[in-house]
Design a protein around this ligand. Structure first.
Ligand code: GLU
Length: 292
């Protein structure tokens, strides 16, 4: 796979936990196995959700696990002009519209019904910008490298928000613009993002951008069956080498790469070298929801 470029794109809403390690590790191994690059993007477009110091902690955690990225870190807070340019291009093509509706107004509908498509309903009120998705009603499809063929009905997706009423950029727009500008060929990330992918495919199509390949990973759940997340107080990844080694081994096991037991005590870079040469994403059981 020449020209492979992968990325890890954490939101710095807190430190990385075991679930984020799985996404970072799998995207790293997939890139390195292909002889490709692995980039790091900090998705800090929503400052109120990103406490000071969290991004710094993430960088130190990745380094402690030997997950060294290529090139400079891309920070979404620096990317306003790129997102504004993409929105302008959509507006110019009649594919984005201003919307004054509040969620409360359309709460009896499963998705936003597109009331502002032909003009803002309540002029003078703050507006969000939405993608007009009713113009090309083709099913959204892709071949997920692990979960196989995916097919979504565009009528069930609704008109995704591109810029919020408070002026903040929506994740869907930012991720699509950044993946394209960074030349990402392969997105490897958690299953919780699989149902965001159809909006990202729609946006890539609307903006005329290349479509990366996708590999979504089964989610890791805790003993109570909840997704590991900062909200569920999943413990932060350690920085101490003596704790990093066994945890990296557990992550390789959770990814079904079957590392030999004695690798448990090896340095992170040795475990990674072992895993790069043997990386086989087809070994991952798609249905499994691993206990932490
Ligand atoms: N920033 C997102 C997260 O931390 C991931 C985005 C992506 O991988 O596309 O959940």
């Amino acid at each position: 796979m020449t020209g492979y470029r992968g990325r890890f794109a954490p939101t710095p809403s807190g430190a990385l936990h075991f679930g984020s390690l799985i996404a970072a590790l799998a995207s790293f191994l997939d890139a390195r196995r292909a002889g490709g690059e692995w980039l790091l993007r900090i998705e800090d477009i929503d400052p109120p959700r990103c406490p000071a110091g969290a991004a710094d902690t993430i960088l130190r955690q990745l380094e402690a696990f030997g997950l060294h990225w290529d090139g400079p870190v891309l920070w979404q807070h620096d990317r306003d002009p790129a997102y504004a340019d993409a929105l302008e291009r959509l507006k110019a093509r009649g594919l984005a519209y201003a919307c004054s509706c509040s969620r409360k107004q359309w709460r009896d509908h499963p998705i936003y019904p597109g009331w502002c498509r032909d003009g803002v309903r309540e002029p003078g009120k703050p507006v969000a910008w939405r993608l007009r998705s009713d113009l090309g009603l083709r099913p959204v499809t892709w071949q997920d490298r692990l979960f196989g063929e995916q097919r979504f009905d565009p009528a069930a997706l609704g008109d995704v928000v591109l810029q919020r009423k408070d002026g903040l950029w929506a994740y869907q727009l930012a991720v699509v613009v950044d993946d394209a500008d960074q030349g990402i060929s392969d997105v490897v990330r958690g299953y919780d993002l699989l149902d965001n992918t159809p909006w990202q495919r729609q946006l890539q199509h609307a903006l005329g951008l290349p479509e990366p390949r996708y590999l979504h990973l089964p989610l890791i759940v805790n003993r109570e069956g909840q997704k590991l997340s900062k909200q569920n107080l999943a413990p932060a990844l350690p920085l101490e080498d003596s704790e990093v080694r066994p945890l990296l081994h557990r992550a390789l096991t959770a990814l079904d790469q079957a590392p030999p037991a004695e690798l448990n005590t090896a340095a992170a870079h040795e475990q990674l070298d072992w895993a790069i040469t043997r990386w086989e994403p087809n070994r991952i059981h798609p249905e499994a929801q691993r206990r932490e």
